[in-house]
Design a protein around this ligand. Structure first.
Ligand SMILES: Cc1cc2nc3c(=O)[nH]c(=O)nc-3n(C[C@H](O)[C@H](O)[C@H](O)COP(=O)(O)O)c2cc1C
Length: 307
């Protein structure tokens, strides 16, 4: 067992928000999913206050090493989530982390307050890749905006707050430091990197209905590694590292760069059991590494050393 913000987890592999639909997976795989759940905790897709339709299609573009999505966070809104999704997600055999997003700090605070008293919810993740409609600045792209967000949100819950950093800014590490100083219990990174694809039949026109989208998968792994390392150098709070993880080796690299947990996102689209496979591969790597945690053993028995 490992401890993350006081939550006990069986292993360090969780899902990336929005990349594993546990309710659809339960429908497809039945109770077998509960017996063999691929992740140590489940992070739900982003919930907003009002329902959202999401972006116009097309919503996906495949890359040589990943994809660009412009899903646009469709969801039932807070009331729909509380009535329909939360009871089902509470049946999962692992702790539940609810990911929320709002367009002002007050809106995020309202969302957080709605989950504060819910026993089913172990922690909250704040998706800060959203412009503050009042200032026009991306809440997670500017340390001052992030500090103001935390100041509004922190008093509304005693549950662990994880700030999901965006890589689309000058310094994710500076944003992480502001989040930590203003009461975040953990940070997660990377969210998707802004990218675009051109429609092959309409020169110069974007393929994705949303114009641009978020790049994920193996293409972003090296960036995630560098950003996790940079954030680790600035903060002491736990880090959930993610971005292009496809194997236990990739997870181990992120842990070695400073992450405490590892998120698996795009890989679950290729293989819904990827989380469990990656956790098993990681355990095997660790068991065979020859690296022993704790102080090094004395080279010889003490009695021999004292002779
Ligand atoms: C199709 C898709 C939907 C996503 N939806 C969300 C979301 O609702 N909220 C969020 O915070 N991140 C969302 N993400 C970002 C992922 O959680 C993750 O941070 C990112 O994809 C990097 O990890 P990966 O390369 O393993 O996919 C989404 C990513 C993808 C590919």
């Amino acid at each position: 067992m490992i401890s993350f913000c006081g939550i006990q987890l069986r292993h360090p592999i969780v899902n990336g928000s929005g990349t594993f639909d546990a309710i659809a997976a339960r429908r497809a795989f039945g109770d077998a999913l509960l017996r063999d759940f691929p992740f140590a905790a489940f992070v739900s897709k982003t919930v907003t206050l009002a329902p959202r339709q999401g972006n116009l299609p097309p919503r996906l573009w495949e890359l040589a090493a990943g994809m660009i999505n412009s899903i646009g966070l469709p969801n039932k809104g807070l009331d729909g989530y509380l009535a329909e999704d939360l009871p089902r997600l509470a049946e999962l055999p692992v702790p539940l982390i609810v990911n929320v997003m709002g367009s002002t700090p007050e809106e995020v605070a309202t969302l957080v307050a709605a989950f504060a008293g819910r026993e089913e919810v172990a922690a909250l993740e704040l998706n800060v890749s959203c412009p503050n409609v009042k200032t026009g600045l991306l809440m997670g792209a500017d340390p001052g905006e992030t500090a103001a967000l935390l100041d509004a949100v922190r008093p509304r819950t005693a549950k662990p707050l994880i700030v999901k950093l965006t890589p689309n800014c000058a310094s994710p590490a500076a944003v992480a430091a502001a989040a930590e100083q203003h009461g975040a219990d953990a940070v997660s990174l990377v969210n998707t990197l802004r990218g675009m694809a051109i429609d092959p039949r309409r020169p110069g026109q974007p393929w994705l209905g949303g114009g641009t989208g978020g790049v994920s998968g193996p293409a972003v792994r090296a960036i995630a590694l560098a950003q996790v390392r940079e954030v680790r150098e600035r903060v002491r709070v736990p880090i959930v590292g993610m971005g292009g993880v496809q194997s236990g080796r990739h997870a181990r690299d992120l842990l070695d760069a400073g992450a405490d947990l590892v998120g698996v996102g795009t890989e679950s689209f290729r293989d819904p059991r990827a989380g469990g496979r990656i956790a098993a591969e990681l355990a095997e790597i660790d068991a065979n590494s020859g690296i022993v945690a704790g102080p090094p053993k004395p080279a010889r028995p003490r009695i021999a050393q004292s002779l």
